[in-house]
Design a protein around this ligand. Sequence first.
Ligand code: SF4
Length: 351
Amino acid sequence: VATLFDDPLNGRMPLYDPADVLRDSLARVAGMPRDRNCQRCPLGAAAKNPCLVGRDGSPGAPLVVGGNPTQHDDLSGFLLEQGLSAVVATAVKRAWAGDWRMVWAVGCPGPVEQVSIDACRPYLAAELAAGPQRVVLLGPVAAQAVIGVAIDARRLRRAWAEVRGVPCFVVQDVRVTAYNRHLRKWFDNDVQWAFQAPLTSAPRGEVRVALSAAEACTLLSEIKRGEALVVDGEWASSPWAKDFRMLCLGFCQDPDRPFVIPDQMVDQSVRDALRGVLEDPLVPKVNQWIKSDRHAIWRAYGVDMIGIEWDTMLASKLQESDAPAGLGALSWRIGMGGYKEIGQEDAEDEG
Ligand code: SF4
């Protein structure tokens, strides 16, 4: 029976490939120039200015993508700074002194249905291919059209993802926030974040998988004191259940060079090396919900993790106690969302 360990190429795997993870994003849609007489979906029939561009911007300027234009925008032929559109324009001007461009995920006014989102996507694909420095997505329709996931920014704040190498930041829907003074502040604040957040790119790198006990020991010996070390266990069942089984341990000090030690590679020499790192209080340990990793590692290898310094789940709950703080949610905050859902879909397909 072939296993992971038979193929040396399996020792290195891409850390994250947005094009593979965000399968329904614009990355796979061919661009098309705007057609001011577009009738690709039923909304075009009633529009005065189909395929509207709300505001022109110079090449590379940030791009704001709204849900769809108001009747007033459509009648005027541009982003009319009245009502809802004024709320958007005011928030952007407060956040950004430079040039910006505005389009909509659906380029005509009226009730939005999936057929219009799909029909309009080639225009958006061309917008992204033009290389804006960043994209600000206002609401779930814009997020669905660009990222391929209808993120609700009221539940999941500050989500972003790379599409075609362009960072796309998700903000709440102005239609929901404009008439509530609390949500309005929230909206203004998030627009500021979307325009001013540093343009970091999602981690690239490779995951190295230790294919022998000796390799596992070498990788563990490279861990340095005084630098945060992510320690993550994957297991079957529960650390408290009879049928618990450790599958692998993941470690990361350099974001581009994480490594994994499969349970099959853990012999006495690796246990000793693990003890040297995990029981060393001068190596600060961090992870999401790290107390379960501590339990599981103790149960599997009899090694006690000492020097726990940070837990992203607890930190998130301290910041926003009513927001979801699971890994599937938090991964969107570092531009790496989507993989949990895709992994789940793949597992169900294989099942
Ligand atoms: S909504 Fe988009 S696809 Fe539909 S007619 Fe208007 S511009 Fe064309």
